[in-house]
Ligand binder design. Structure first.
Ligand code: ADP
Ligand code: MG
Ligand code: MG
Length: 265
């Protein structure tokens, strides 16, 4: 799905990412950990093709296409979708119109907005005056309409309360697995969206994800298979169960986990 080879990136003339290699196969969800300012958002922004990120060297392939130089809208059309940390307000463009531009029919727009608790927001300007949780739900609603094959989430839990995190997690799962959103119950991902836990196979989807998280709450709802630590602009830990890696980080800090803890095979 996504293959990054020897990628180095600068922002405003300063190199932030050094020689990154990352391979996300269809159906895989990877988690990216790392301290503040280490370049996590830079990596996601570079995959999406935001212009402020300057690729110094290396390649990005998406579904086999070399997208290293492709403009952002082309990547979106190919199936890359992103939820950024601080989404902008778009005054004068209604959320409803935006969702329809993203690809939903009017009926789908109504239904998905209800799922996301945003039915009353459809005729407001995109993100105008939205609270932290509402912002994230609005972004996810747009992504639900876009149906990307690669879902990039930059700190989806930040500024979001516990109930909204459940909603955010279920919505991410809906995008990844096309499963109905909704339902409360046990903490297992299967139950979180009303599925039979015995037959639930999170890897049945061919869609992929890359999720940046500090706290890991989202992992309760979105099963992830791989974890990485981005430390000082270098991707250091290239495999491991995300929850093991997170507990290593919580116990001993990023540096020790990079140097030992989570490194395997
Ligand atoms: P993270 O997401 O891991 O917290 P970022 O990728 O946001 O880190 O930032 C990495 C580094 O790049 C930081 O030192 C940040 O200040 C710098 N940076 C990011 N965006 C810009 C920008 N537009 N102009 C200047 N520096 C930037
Ligand atoms: Mg940060
Ligand atoms: Mg960031």
């Amino acid at each position: 799905m996504l293959k990054i080879e020897n990628l180095s990136v600068a922002v405003q003339g300063r190199q932030i990412l050094h020689d990154i290699n990352l391979h996300i196969k269809p159906g895989e969800v990877h988690v990216l950990f790392g301290p503040n300012g280490t370049g996590k958002s830079t990596l996601i922004g570079t995959i999406m093709g935001f212009e402020r990120y300057e690729v110094l060297s290396g390649k990005i392939y998406f579904k086999g296409h070399d997208i290293t130089e492709a403009p952002c809208y082309e990547r979106a059309r190919l199936g890359v979708g992103v939820m950024i940390q601080r989404p902008p307000t778009i005054r004068g463009l209604s959320l409803r119109h935006m969702i329809e531009i993203c690809g939903a029919t009017p009926q789908e727009t109504e239904q998905m907005a209800r799922w996301m608790g945003l039915a009353d927001f459809l005729d407001r300007s995109v993100n105008e005056g939205f609270s932290g949780g509402e912002l994230k739900r609005s972004e996810l609603l747009q992504l639900m309409a876009q149906k990307p094959d690669l879902l990039l989430l930059d700190e989806p839990e930040s500024g979001v309360d516990v109930e909204n995190i459940a909603l955010v997690g279920r919505a991410a799962n809906y995008i990844l697995h096309n499963e109905p959103c909704g339902g409360t119950g046990c903490d297992k991902p299967c139950c979180a969206h009303n599925l039979d836990c015995d037959t639930y196979n999170p890897l049945s989807s061919q869609r992929s994800g890359l999720i940046i998280t500090h706290v890991g709450h989202i992992l309760k709802y979105v099963p992830a298979s791989h974890a990485h630590i981005l430390y000082q602009g270098t991707l250091s830990c290239t495999s491991g169960d995300p929850l093991d890696v997170l507990s290593c980080i919580s116990k001993t800090g990023y540096e020790k986990c990079v140097n030992g803890g989570c490194r395997r095979g």
